[in-house]
Ligand binder design. Structure first.
Ligand SMILES: *[C@@H]1O[C@H](CO)[C@@H](O)[C@H](O)[C@H]1NC(C)=O
Ligand SMILES: *[C@@H]1O[C@H](CO)[C@@H](O)[C@H](O)[C@H]1NC(C)=O
Ligand SMILES: *[C@@H]1O[C@H](CO)[C@@H](O)[C@H](O)[C@H]1NC(C)=O
Ligand SMILES: *[C@@H]1O[C@H](CO)[C@@H](O)[C@H](O)[C@H]1NC(C)=O
Ligand SMILES: *[C@@H]1O[C@H](CO)[C@@H](O)[C@H](O)[C@H]1NC(C)=O
Length: 496
């Protein structure tokens, strides 16, 4: 009898604990910057997430490129540990090794702990291609799967609906993701907690707005910070390539890209309002964390570049991160340095689920001071056969250069030796970046972002020689770090 009573009490306690477990909605945009005003069109994100939660003012990604960055968000690991190096299958973007270890994706831990899990939108760039099993493959860890085949597009795409490929010509992808998510929310009850990841294509190239948003920002032009279209001679090889500056005739194209990105984001902003509304109507909002972020930033015209990511500058590595949810402050700004590898451990921590080995660490939601952190940014430059257009004058071996097109005035966007590792060091009185390139010059760049927020002056030959010795040593340890404790303190400086 006593045993029975205990059993009933115990079951009751477990059930009420289970009931209290929070839900999670993660919204992951593609290439949305923060530095150039990429959040300006997001009025609903401001109203329903920023005003109701916490904005992280120092949020960075481990790599300024889609696939490696997404792999970091999904696994909580740095690139040297998840080993997705670039956007190709051969670089482990949904490659063999990734698929073999895909159970590391944080959704698996939640799913195993009883969560219902839902994914809709772009996953890793090579998901669904024939060589990787096609769209019939459903990645492990997801109860419901709506993965986009390949890279971000807005129309004319294949989506894998739980392993059933469905081709669509004229349904705007962001709206499809919105409709699926609303339908999913309507099906949820309080008895089982859920994770929902929504990964819309915006504002990735080709920057196609929904028809209802075409022309909304027709008067907007690209932001011209002091580093806009300036000639460069103190930065790494790719940045020094001509033309520098870009000709004035390219400026209308930069403005067009800038405003199209804003217009393409409006459907995401509407989706956010609709998702929040559906959570509220279904009485789920109070127990749901909503996390809004992007896979990397973007540059348009900085340092005489065209438009892209793949560079170590703030435009490319700094991203929006906003979180609302039970118990969090409202309308708060949190200055602590945060990386995309922190998101998975944060979610698992809030869910009370044990995390597998991760390099990131749970974000301290209540923390108000900056603290100190060394963050690692890794990038492997891509080269590509045949992407140096024959109309371009470059005689360099074409395999090692990428994306050099006449419509970009032949300015190349990437090169194999655009491979770098950076320490992004933020503390109360320090705001530094130090990068080393794997090129024949072993080129190094150092920026003191307090004095030089637009990274106009490479200070590597200046007054900072002592700190550069320290950064070189630190970087070599960071590049081998594994696990949160080790990656926080890779030289064992602060532990005994
Ligand atoms: C989709 O593909 C069809 C057929 O190739 C084409 O006519 C149409 O313009 C495409 N739609 C968009 C929005 O690109
Ligand atoms: C919600 O449930 C309905 C009825 O069972 C089903 O038809 C629909 O596909 C579900 N929606 C999602 C997104 O799972
Ligand atoms: C663009 O600017 C013109 C002139 O200032 C103004 O009349 C018009 O309303 C603006 N259009 C938009 C879409 O803001
Ligand atoms: C991606 O990385 C792999 C492995 O390092 C390399 O073989 C491949 O050439 C890279 N892809 C591109 C486009 O550079
Ligand atoms: C970078 O690669 C290009 C193309 O192979 C080459 O021409 C150039 O000299 C390299 N620059 C450095 C600094 O390694």
């Amino acid at each position: 009898m006593l045993n029975y009573l205990l059993l009933v009490l115990y079951a009751g306690a477990v059930l009420s604990d289970v009931e209290k477990r929070p839900n999670f909605v993660v919204i992951l945009t593609d290439d949305q910057d923060i530095v150039l005003g990429g959040m300006t069109p997001m009025k609903n994100v401001q109203q329903f997430i920023a005003k109701e939660g916490v904005t992280f003012a120092n949020s960075y990604v481990t790599s300024p490129i889609c696939c490696p960055s997404r792999a970091s968000l999904l696994t909580g690991q740095y690139i040297h540990n998840h080993r997705t190096q670039n956007n190709s299958l051969s670089g482990n973007c949904y490659g063999t090794e990734w698929r073999r270890k895909e159970h590391r994706v944080f959704a698996n831990a939640l799913h195993d702990a009883g969560y219902n899990t839902f994914y809709a939108g772009k996953y890793l760039n090579q998901y669904g291609v024939k060589e990787a099993g096609g769209p019939e493959v459903v990645p492990p860890g997801w109860s419901e799967w709506h993965g986009l085949v390949g890279n971000s597009v807005y129309y004319n795409y294949t989506m894998s609906n739980n392993g059933v490929p469905t081709y669509s010509t004229d349904l705007y992808l962001t709206d499809v993701i919105r409709d699926l998510s609303i339908s999913y929310i309507e099906n949820q009850t309080e008895s089982q907690p859920f994770l929902m990841v929504l990964a819309p294509p915006a504002p990735h190239q080709p920057f196609t707005p929904a028809r209802r948003h075409e022309g909304v920002y027709s008067n907007v032009t690209a932001v011209r910070h002091p580093n806009f279209n300036i000639a460069v001679d103190d930065k790494h090889w790719l940045l020094r390539m001509p033309p520098s500056p870009l000709p004035e005739t390219m400026m209308p194209e930069l403005d067009r890209v800038y405003r199209s990105r804003w217009e393409a984001l409006l459907a995401v902003d509407e989706m956010v309002a609709d998702v929040i509304g559906a959570l509220e109507v279904n009485a789920l909002l109070d127990n749901t964390y909503v996390i809004y972020t992007s896979d990397n930033g973007y540059h348009i015209g900085q340092f005489s570049q065209v438009y892209d990511k793949r560079q170590p500058y703030e435009t490319d590595i700094k991203v929006p991160l906003l979180i609302r949810g039970p118990g969090l402050k409202k309308n708060a700004v949190n200055p602590q340095p945060v990386l995309n590898i922190d998101i998975a451990p944060t979610i698992l921590h809030l869910a009370g689920v044990k995390a597998p080995d991760m390099d990131g660490r749970p974000v301290k939601m209540e923390k108000e001071e900056i603290g100190e952190r060394y963050m690692l940014v890794e990038y492997y430059g891509e080269g590509r056969d045949g992407s140096v257009d024959e109309k371009c004058p470059w005689k360099y071996d074409g395999d090692n250069l990428a994306q050099c097109y006449p419509e970009y005035d032949c300015k190349c966007q990437d090169a194999r030796n655009n491979t770098f590792a950076c320490i992004r060091h933020i503390a109360q009185r320090l705001n530094m970046k130090y990068c080393v390139f794997a090129d024949t010059e072993k080129f190094a760049e150092l920026y003191d972002l307090t004095a030089d927020p637009y990274e106009l002056t490479n200070a590597v030959d200046g007054e900072f020689q002592a700190i550069i010795v320290w950064y070189n040593n630190y970087l070599s340890h960071m590049l081998k770090c594994r696990g949160a404790k080790n990656c926080d303190d890779p030289m064992g400086e602060f532990s005994n």
